[in-house]
Design a protein around this ligand. Structure first.
Ligand code: XUL
Ligand code: CO
Length: 440
């Protein structure tokens, strides 16, 4: 393979917590067995093609600061191949188990739908070839149905049925590509599935369109025998003021309405959770409660800014809580931890990109190890068991399992002259326990 901007980096290795090297894993010991399987299989780390190889550091106030060789003017397919060469070299550096992409990240748009789809398949051929000599697999594929101006009023929710049809054609081909590359999941993020003003929006109509679209995706998955998961990624706002897939609970209600709750799961992103006024662990626990936890987009926002800054994670407490609830929900299964995170505008060197991922992977691994300890030492579970013990009594079970009506519960409460007493929730004790674990 030709030289890339990552060729000079050796493959990052595990060096242990006391290592001071910037390019070593201190906690991500991929082969270490925890809770019955290697860390690599619990975490299933993925590199996001868009933030790592397509993003150029531009923001609303300034132009590009990140200039990669494949971004220079040139034949678009030749540049796309150079980008793929660099991407796979980067995966080698990290020893990354997975990557994720949108169609628009890997292949240039053409002048027509047919040319755009042809470019996509040309690049899928190229990626398939690269994957044959790489250990990096595809965690998920997706269609970018939000960047081009045709999607300015939505993709499946667009008032124009031709945009719905364009989106359907694109998703069909992206699902074919994902299946061909052995992807574990196919993700839909409703980039512009929302609205700016109800003055020009028929919400009922748009939700019907979105439900129909997702049903068609699920039907097609079964038709082609794609064995991966279909995932929806919730986000409450940005780019539109009101996004239909606001949060996990909203998505669950939507799936129920269209009878898709056993077919579709969620891809939960940390920064989207906080934009919705939740914590990352709240969203994970909600998905766990509904049985729809699919995968994670790892990043963080900036509490002082309040928009989707997609930074690499740096808060061990938050991440430990998140990993604890991942384990409680039964793990990530076919999902994984995708770094939907980008380096800052000033971090334009290849080394910045490597260091960002090494730090992010270590942060997740460290959090997972702590969460596994929380499970293994049993103190949290013991408190929960004690807190809800009353529900194990036969009389309480009768209320829960539908054996009693409201009048029967009322009659019994009155007859028993019940007198429930306040009990401590022990929040500070539990927080102190976690603080000791994290900070020593
Ligand atoms: C947008 C977002 C996307 C999706 C993929 O906020 O998170 O990057 O993950 O389209
Ligand atoms: Co995301």
């Amino acid at each position: 393979m030709s030289q890339t901007i990552f060729s000079s980096f050796p493959t990052v290795a595990y060096a242990g917590p006391s290592s001071a090297q910037p390019l070593a894993y201190r906690f991500y010991d991929a082969d270490r067995v925890v809770l019955g399987k290697p860390l690599r299989e619990h975490l299933r780390f993925a590199v996001a093609y868009w933030h790592s190889f397509a993003m150029n550091g531009g923001d609303p106030f300034g132009s590009a600061t990140i200039h990669r060789p494949w971004m220079a003017p040139g034949d678009p397919l030749t540049q796309a191949r150079a980008k793929a060469d660099a991407a796979f070299d980067f995966f080698r550096v990290l020893n990354a188990p997975f990557f994720c992409f949108h169609d628009a990240d890997i292949a240039p748009a053409g002048a027509t739908l047919a040319e755009t789809l042809s470019n996509l398949h040309t690049m899928v051929d190229y990626l398939e070839n690269k994957m044959a000599s790489s250990s990096t697999k595809l965690l998920w594929g997706m269609a970018n149905l939000f960047s081009h101006p045709r999607f300015m009023a939505g993709a499946s929710t667009n008032p124009d049925p031709e945009v719905f049809a364009w989106s359907a054609a694109t998703v069909k081909h992206c699902m074919d590509a994902t299946k061909r590359l052995g992807g574990s999941n196919y993700v839909l993020w409703g980039g512009r599935e929302g609205y700016e003003t109800l003055l020009n929006t028929n919400m009922k109509q748009e939700l019907e369109q979105m439900g129909r679209f997702l049903s068609m995706v699920v039907d097609y998955k079964h038709k082609i025998g794609f064995t991966g998961q279909i995932l929806v990624e919730p986000k409450p706002k940005e780019p539109t003021s009101h996004q239909y897939d606001f949060d996990v609970a909203t998505v669950y209600g939507f799936l129920k309405k269209f009878g898709l709750e056993n077919e579709v799961r969620v891809n939960i992103e940390a920064n989207h959770a906080t934009l919705a006024g939740h914590t990352f662990e709240h969203e994970i626990a909600t998905a766990g409660a509904f049985g729809i936890l699919g995968s994670l987009d790892i990043n963080r926002g900036d509490a002082l800014l309040g928009w989707d800054t997609d930074q690499f994670p740096n808060d061990l407490w938050t991440m430990t809580m998140a990993m604890y609830h991942v384990i409680k929900a039964g793990g990530l299964g076919l999902g994984g931890c995708n770094f939907d995170a980008k380096v800052r505008r000033q971090s334009f060197t290849p080394e910045d990109l490597v260091e960002a991922h090494v730090g992010g992977m270590d942060m997740c691994a460290r959090a997972f190890l702590l969460a596994a300890e929380m499970i293994e030492d049993g103190a949290y579970d013991a408190l929960l068991t004690e807190r809800y013990a009353g529900w194990q009594q036969p009389a309480a079970q009768a209320m829960l399992t539908g054996k009693m009506t409201l009048e029967q519960v009322a009659a019994k409460a009155e007859a028993d002259a019940i007198d429930p007493q306040p009990r401590s929730g022990r929040q500070e004790r539990l927080e102190n326990l976690l603080a000791r674990k994290i900070y020593g």
